[in-house]
Design a protein around this ligand. Structure first.
Ligand code: NAI
Ligand code: CS2
Length: 487
């Protein structure tokens, strides 16, 4: 039978050219999701082609993704990335993965033992914003999170990523092994600092000495990661099968653009990802802020207002000139002024490139997918710039409209009266507030009072309440398309 691990693939497919048998699991990655496959997995593959080094990845899914891990194993840990540009698609088979694990079939201990193996130098993560178990407004460990409650009571049988990391580091310390670097690759502002603070707070509650050892010995580089990778659909997989010449249930499609800026702070060595196009820098925070506010902030704007306006994909919103202009203005007028970038950064060119990327018609990135987990995303995508405008006394109507769009979206019913499948770790709280207020403007101050999303300086600010109320009123009276067009 033809499969990805034999040589009968279509002739234009690029395949690994290095000797995969020499790779070692020197990286353990938590979160074998869509993004990691098209980003770190691919950067590592390109790096291996250039360097012939032995940096392989052991993939772990702590939540869901069982079928993906099983399929990956069945095809010798090879998978496909299809880079879809406006001109055509490049298909690559990725060879950087050495092995894979899942607690549901390998058990928790086997994963901890893997993380404690002497050759493991990096544990990287794409576990989504909620995986950090922090309060998204304050960045502090959420001690009421059920995973954290469980892991503090049963530290040797963890469930959260934090619990796994701390227990694996404890094993390494007890065994006299060097620690590993913890590298977050999530869209979280100052992702390394957030990971570090959460891990130290968690470890402090278990064992203050272990906490101090982690603080002294482990590094947590921040990273800025960028590549638009929509969740794979049946259509994506069918297209990949055709391009590849066989089925690949682990295949993923993405845009051609990719960027990775990493703080060069690795305690036990690192691959030369720079040969594959990554940039190692001393301070990644300005780049992270730029990407989170300009790309992700406008993405969330388009996701809520686009979904409400009847647009299923980001590229569909770009066919509406009102949305296209509003997204550009959101970047340039609402987000860019709040940034503090190195002098030579050209934010106008960056915004134009983002609009071009959003317009790519071959990427089917669902507004519904980006709308997910808004309670975790809004603070870091909009909180900083909102504060900037409040301080400067400048116009923040794009941000107010995005927040009102989120409020209208979490009401759970669209402009035609159809139910919206709202996914959010705070969905129970959001549901009860929305049930109480219905589609009445009184929902605005009630939602703004959620301090986990809107700290008091924002949520209780009369200007914010007024501007979001005005935008919400417009969404109710005129709908999303007219509201966006009027911006
Ligand atoms: P996905 O849904 O395909 O994968 C999510 C991954 O997170 C899965 O591997 C799952 O096991 C893991 N996960 C979920 N909840 C978790 C928890 N509580 N603890 C530990 N692991 C957990 O999503 P995708 O597209 O891979 O995105 C993942 C993250 O990558 C995003 O949240 C974002 O931070 C980052 N990212 C995504 C981009 C994209 O375009 N898809 C681009 C840039 C960054
Ligand atoms: C998106 C991001 O899902 C979302 O919230 O805004 O995943 C976005 O596609 C990436 O950050 C692009 O790098």
């Amino acid at each position: 039978m033809k499969d990805i691990s034999n040589s009968l693939l279509n002739s234009n497919v690029s395949v690994p050219t290095y000797d995969r048998s020499t790779l070692k699991s020197r990286i353990v990655h938590l979160g074998f999701g869509a993004f990691h496959r098209a980003h770190q997995g691919l950067f590592t593959d390109l790096m291996l082609s250039e360097t012939g080094s032995d940096w392989g990845i052991c993939e772990v899914n702590l939540f869901g993704g069982e079928a993906l891990i099983q399929a990956l194993r069945a095809q010798n840990h090879l998978y496909t990335v299809a880079e879809k540009g406006a001109q055509g698609t490049d298909v690559k088979v990725i060879g950087s993965v050495t092995e894979s694990m899942h607690p549901n079939f390998d058990g928790t201990e086997a994963i901890l033992e893997k993380m404690a193996e002497p050759q493991v130098a990096i544990v990287s993560m794409t576990i989504t914003e909620k995986g950090y178990c922090t309060d998204s407004a304050t960045g502090q460990l959420d001690k009421n999170n059920p995973l954290i409650i469980n892991d503090l009571a049963n530290p040797t049988q963890p469930t959260s990523a934090l619990g796994y990391l701390v227990q694996a580091l404890r094993l390494r310390r007890e065994r006299g092994l060097k620690p590993f670097t913890v590298m977050s690759c999530d869209n979280v502002q100052e992702n390394g600092h957030v990971a570090k603070a959460a891990i130290l707070e968690f470890a402090q509650l278990l064992d203050p000495e272990l906490r101090d050892w982690i603080e002294t010995n482990v590094t947590f580089p921040c990273t800025m990661v960028d590549r638009i990778v929509p969740a794979a659909t049946d259509e994506t997989l069918a297209e990949i099968a055709q391009l590849l010449g066989c089925e690949d249930p682990c295949g993923i499609a993405c845009e051609p653009f990719r960027q990775w800026v990493i703080e060069d702070h690795f305690v036990a060595g690192r691959p030369d990802w720079n040969v594959a196009g990554a940039e190692f820098v001393a301070d990644v925070v300005p780049y992270e802020e730029m990407k989170l506010r300009m790309l992700n902030g406008s993405h969330s704007f388009l996701a809520y207002l686009g979904y409400l306006g009847g647009y299923a994909h980001i590229s569909d919103t770009m066919t509406d000139q009102g949305y296209k202009k509003a997204a550009y203005d959101m970047m340039i007028k609402a987000q860019a002024p709040s940034l503090n970038m190195p002098g030579d950064t050209d934010l106008e060119s960056y915004a134009k490139l983002l609009i071009e990327r959003f317009t790519n018609p071959s990427l089917k990135h669902k507004t519904w997918q980006i709308a997910m987990d808004g309670s975790q995303k809004i603070p870091q995508r909009m909180g900083g710039s909102l504060r900037y405008h409040l301080k400067q006394g400048t116009d923040f109507s794009w941000i107010a409209t995005a927040i009102a769009g989120w409020m209208r979206y979490v009401a759970g019913v669209d402009e035609q009266g159809n139910a919206i499948d709202v996914r959010d770790p705070m969905s129970t709280t959001l549901r009860s507030i929305c049930d109480e207020h219905g589609l009445n403007v009184s929902v605005v101050p009630a939602l703004l009072a959620l301090e986990a999303i809107f700290p008091a300086d924002i949520g209780q600010n009369p200007q914010v309440i007024q501007a979001v109320t005005k935008a919400y009123q417009s969404l109710i009276e005129r709908g999303a398309r007219a509201t966006v067009a009027a911006l």
